[in-house]
Each structure stands twice: as structure tokens, then as C-alpha cells.
Design a protein around this ligand. Structure first.
Ligand code: NCD
Ligand code: ZN
Length: 345
């Protein structure tokens, strides 16, 4: 029985760090275990220009714990006013590693996102030319589309048309939640990748709604039926290069989660590696964990793999603090609902 595994240090290919007090409070949780992370640009106001991204990067670096070598991989928030030249310059200088597409209104702080996909075509074409990936929040926002169907409908109505009209564009389907997304990813060539979160591997929609409403399990895209969770588990543990970890760790204070209209997001940064080890072991796939957390993402982004390693040891249940404190109040750490036996050394 395996009781210890050593992996190349993992990266997180989709992370919300926020800014100010929240940034300072949550950054250590990621920087402790992860070498790099793709940093989501949905601040208020969003990170839309290369100057915004440079400023945000500096704030992240100055919030890092002493001696940390964590590297934030910056992104720009795509708007209908985005200047393709600014994007290309930010890419050429090495400042950004991706551009993020939020359909307007799809999720937290997405009001400046895209409504008319034709208006961003020049930027997408430029990105295809220069090999800069587009990270996609794949949900339609039409009020007449059921929230549980929004990902599947997005694939047909928006994603597939973008893929067809912008050949060569590297696309990451982010935080996929359905078997439809798994199937679509598998139908595409190596220019398409897909991230899977920690929480979508371990919860389905019953966790949110059965036996009382659980705001800390509410995120977007919302968790779906069990059959979809199983499809995600199969994808994550398959070893296929197109699937990699993007935790979508999305901290909100409890005060902002526990409201009549509470925020979407699960805060998984502190215990993600323990949860993943538990899940991969349960599926007899511990040997696929390193690919998912540490190899497939760098390969998609054309970045070197990390030379450092981390070791996880199996033993008595490990506990994580239930909250991370911030000056604005506590942030609840995601509770997977089962014991965690894998400790990060
Ligand atoms: C994210 C957030 O809070 O910024 N929330 C979430 O539920 N995942 C936004 C996002 O990635 O959709
Ligand atoms: Zn996110």
C-alpha cells in the first residue's frame, strides 16, 4: 500500500487571489504548496490593460511571505474594448500568460465581460497568431437557459463557433462541470485544454441542496448531477494531457457568502492537495496525480515543469483550519465532507 508520494511541485491553472486584505490573507495558502498559478483578473475594477496586470502582479509579489518563490502568471480580462496591440505587447514582454473570457454577467465581477462575440474577434485572431491561450468561463447567461444547462449550451452556441472561426487559437475550457464538456474536450485537438477544480471532483448538486442549503458549496459553474461528477473524476484521473488542475479557489468572506443573495465560490486553496490525493487514491489513480497537478498544465502553456517537489504522506486524518481570518472577517475553507489522510510535508 502506497503511503508516500513525491510529485513535482504543482501549479494551479485557475486561481482567484483578490486584492488588498483578502490577497494578503489567502496568498500564503496557495504559495505554500504551489509553484505558480494563473491569476484570475476579475477584480473590481477588472484587470483589463497590461498596465493593470503589471500593477496587480507587483501587489501580489509584495504580499508574498518572506522567501517564497511563488510565481503569479498574469491574465487580462477580455472586454469589447480590449486593444489587440496591448494584449500582444503584454504577451511579448512575458507579463501575461493568457486572456480571460467572461460572458457578461456569467459570474462574480463579470459585468465588463463580452456580450457580442464578434467584437472581440480581432483580439482572438491576434492571440491565435501569437499563440496566447484564451481561458474561457463556459456558461451562457441567457435568463431562459436553465442554470444546470448553461455550460452545455455554451459549448454548442459559443465555444464551438469560436473554435471553428478562429483555427489555431489555444483555448482552455475552465472549471468544466459536465460530461458534455469532457466529451467535447476529448473531441478536439491539442489546442484545447480543460481545467477541473478540486471541489467539482468531490461534490454534486445534492451537496448544495439536499438536507438544507449549503452556501459554502455554491460556486459557478454550479455543481451538477452525480453522473457529471463521475465523468470529471474519470477525466482528471485518466492521465490525458488535455485535463489539468485549476482549483478556481475563490475566497469570499462568510459575510458575503451567507446572505439572501450570497456570492459564488469555494475556497479550496489550503487543502486542495490533500483532497486530490484522497480522491485519486480512491480511484486507484495515485500514479496519475502528478500529471494532473504538475505536468499537463505546463505542457499546455508551453512552460517548463517545476524542478522542486512536494511529498504527501498517508497517515492519521490531517486537519486544516476551518477558516482563514481576514481583517474583513473569516473565509471558510472548503469542507470535502470526508477524512483527509494525506498530509503535505
Ligand atoms: C469566482 C469568483 O468568486 O470570482 N466564483 C466561482 O464561483 N467560481 C468566479 C468564477 O470563476 O466563476
Ligand atoms: Zn474562477
Amino acid at each position: 500500500m502506497t503511503s508516500q508520494i513525491t510529485l513535482r511541485r504543482p501549479d494551479d491553472w485557475h486561481l482567484h487571489l483578490r486584492d488588498g486584505n483578502m490577497l494578503r490573507a489567502v496568498l500564503p495558502s496557495t504559495a505554500t504548496h504551489f509553484a505558480r498559478a494563473i491569476i484570475m483578473p476579475n477584480l473590481v475594477p477588472p484587470v483589463v490593460t497590461s498596465a493593470d496586470a503589471a500593477g496587480y502582479r507587483d501587489r501580489i509579489l509584495s504580499a508574498l511571505p518572506e522567501g517564497s518563490t511563488f510565481e503569479p502568471l498574469m491574465t487580462l480580462y477580455l472586454t469589447e474594448q480590449t486593444d489587440p496591440d496591448d494584449v500582444a505587447a503584454a504577451h511579448a514582454s512575458g507579463l501575461i500568460k493568457a486572456v480571460k473570457l467572461y460572458p457578461a454577467g456569467a459570474t462574480t465581477n463579470s459585468a465588463s465581460g463580452v456580450s457580442h462575440f464578434d467584437s472581440v474577434r480581432p483580439t482572438l485572431e491576434r492571440m491565435a497568431e501569437i499563440g496566447l491561450p484564451l481561458c474561457v468561463h463556459g456558461e451562457v447567461t441567457d435568463s431562459d437557459i436553465d442554470i444546470f444547462d448553461r455550460e452545455a449550451v455554451f459549448i454548442d452556441r459559443v465555444l464551438d463557433p469560436i473554435r471553428r472561426t478562429t483555427p489555431g487559437l489555444r483555448v482552455v475550457m475552465e472549471h468544466i462541470t459536465t460530461s458534455n464538456a469532457v466529451d467535447y474536450a476529448r473531441s478536439q485537438d491539442e489546442t484545447l485544454g480543460a481545467t477541473i477544480t478540486t471541489h467539482h471532483l468531490v461534490i454534486n448538486r445534492n451537496h448544495i441542496l439536499a438536507g438544507g442549503i449549503k452556501p459554502h458549496y455554491y460556486c459557478l459553474p454550479v455543481a451538477k448531477r452525480e453522473e457529471h461528477r463521475l465523468a470529471l473524476r474519470d477525466a482528471a484521473t485518466s492521465g490525458e494531457a488535455r485535463f489539468f488542475l485549476g482549483t478556481d479557489s475563490a475566497p469570499h468572506t462568510d459575510a458575503n457568502k451567507l446572505l439572501p443573495c450570497g456570492c459564488a465560490g469555494c475556497f479550496t486553496a489550503p487543502n486542495t492537495m490533500s483532497i486530490l490525493a484522497q480522491a485519486f487514491e480512491e480511484d486507484g489513480a495515485l500514479d496519475k496525480l502528478e500529471g494532473f497537478t504538475s505536468l499537463n498544465g505546463p505542457a499546455f502553456y508551453g512552460l517548463p515543469v517545476n524542478e522542486e517537489t512536494i511529498t504527501l504522506t498517508k497517515g492519521d486524518p490531517v486537519t486544516y483550519p476551518s477558516h482563514v481570518e481576514t481583517p474583513d472577517g473569516p473565509v471558510t475553507v472548503f469542507d470535502p465532507g470526508f477524512d483527509l489522510n494525506w498530509r503535505v510535508e
